[in-house]
Design a protein around this ligand. Sequence first.
Ligand code: GLA
Length: 385
Amino acid sequence: MSDIRDDVVAGFEETFGRSSEGVWSAPGRVNLIGEHTDYNLGFVLPFAINRRTIVALGLRDDGVLRVASEFADEVAEIAIADLAPERLHGWSAYPLGVAWALGQFGADLAGVPGADLYIASTVPVGAGLSSSAAIESAVAVALNDVWQLGFDRQTLAKVGQLAENKAVGAPTGIMDQSASLLGREDHAVFLDCRSLDSSLVPLGFAEAGLELLIIDTGVSHSHATGGYAARRASCEEGARILEVDSLRDLTVDDLPRARNLLDDETFRRVRHVVTENQRVLDTVIALRESGPLAIGELLDASHISMRDDFEISVPELDLAVETAQANGAIGARMTGGGFGGAAIALVPSAGISRIQVAVDGAFAEHGFGQPTMFTVTAAGGAARD
Ligand code: GLA
């Protein structure tokens, strides 16, 4: 990590010809359980991971924002007064969208100085580990500090989500930014997406001899298009027909009534959300009372629900999950928005290489591209470094 921090400071100096004033960073996240429940105002249990996006920042005296990064050739530039979602394009819509969104939450953008930002990241893109929320959260804490806005973390999470929804154009929920801003080492963030109340839940993986393995299928997913928005629309339709504000208001006892009133597909979408909310609550209890060895079945059940009811898995994810389960994982599931990206497997440390070899072999046998596998640990949230 210190290497990339040095790179960011050097990148800033090279790009802008002066020294930066400070460095901020924010982590990606992995979702342990609670998928597609956030925009249904239910429960999620993600954790911040030990892969981060780093931002070096220097103030300017002319009301202009410039953003550069290791992953773009061009420096994007805009006057703060001109910030508007329709004027932001490409990757710079993430950081500049955050600046715009801060104004939407009440920051006086007419009164703040400009800034140069240089951004780099160790969060893999497209793996479902929220590289986008890591950028948004890092920029949000940086601008919140230097512009002395005093927003709390919940508000900064909403700022990042608004940037993602309006400037980037992906209709995502509040989970990713919350995890990136609220994470703590060795803990998951248990978030009620309606009240935004959160609490930290000890994971205890290391004490139990476990590690969390990411199996990135390499199948790319895009939340701005297609499936994600369609699932969200189905959930809203289900809530409308069942006359509740959100699917959060339903429990498993409501499912027989839902089956009578909804078409089969909408019913299965609703059943996923309702049962997934319950699985999050059960996972929190299991972690607190019995530790991580007790959560495997809940992870497995979550995957089946996403595969069969919510229909957001793909053959590569199913194969990763099944192979991990058959080779000693405590539990496994796809994670994130779906339609590609990564699976997670909770694995005894001593058995990791066996699972990696088995997954590699299974992918080769099926003619799938080689997956990327690595372990992650639960890390602290966004901060000034
Ligand atoms: C993506 C979104 C989140 C959430 C998950 C699915 O990661 O950004 O808001 O909806 O998908 O759980």
